[in-house]
Design a protein. Sequence first.
Length: 345
Amino acid sequence: MGLFKKQLLDVIEWKDESKDTIVYRYETNKREEIMTSSTLVVRESQVAVFVHKGVICDVFEPGTYKLKTENIPFLTKLLSLPTGFNSPIKAEVYFVNTKQMIGQKWGTQNPIIMRDFEFGNVRVRGFGVYSFKVEDPKTFMREMFGTNKTYTVEDVAAQCKPMIIEAITDAIAESHISALDFAANYKEFSSKVIEESQGIFKGFGLKLCSVTIENISLPEEVEKAIDERTRLGILEGTMGTYTRMQAAQAIGDAAKNPSGGNLAGLGVGLGAGTTIGHIFGENISASNSEKEQRFVCPKCKTSVSKNAKFCPECGAKLENICSNCGLKLDANAKFCPECGTKVNN
């Protein structure tokens, strides 16, 4: 007879020992009931939500509460509970974890196709981490949680990752930034993603706290082309200096060559000296010619050869650039409007 007497739940609390649980439904056995004299303990980074027949009633912020009709007004009104000491509360209690969930990974499963003004259509991939938290427990439970027993970070991440990747794709496409300048704009991309995504996350009761872009990579063939262009640019700028240095060294070696007063040796030495001098003179002329036929890259101000198609320093495309003064020209220009140089189309 007294075998199945209902038991009073003295303390209702959730000691979260996991790192990935967002919502936990407090479990009671068949002989336990939440009474109006029970104590509710809500720890920091938690809120407790009372649900009656699928309807969210009261939400308790961190603190310790003695459950009375005064501090559960909505549930009291809903159930018309008496004020007696042992009145049972027929409701479910859910604890929602409101701490920031950090170190969540995102990555592009498929490449993002972007239009680069230097390389044309380019496929890029990216990856990084982000963090979020539950900001509005009621909205979160209505829109995402439902009536599950528990809800984990992985369940939420399945919805968050596509939203983040979509925002990153838009940020890259709308920035009109060259692929070569991505690394210098990671922080700006992250801020843009947070700004654009906040409204969507809010609709789920969430807040996107941070987004970190660790890397945005180009296809291997594009990276190889950039490396080759850089190598050619370095060679173009240093080949003349290297040749002149070699010629000067050869003159010094010829001067040290012991001829022993032999006229033939002297002739050979003079011949070698003449030849080397000729080479040296040619390189000086070539150097002067290079100086005369160089101009400044309009983007990074590096001295660039007249015949260069791309800047060896920043990679900027140099078509439709005046070979004399470096002024950017219209596609159909016949003469430079700045210095009058004829344009060789």
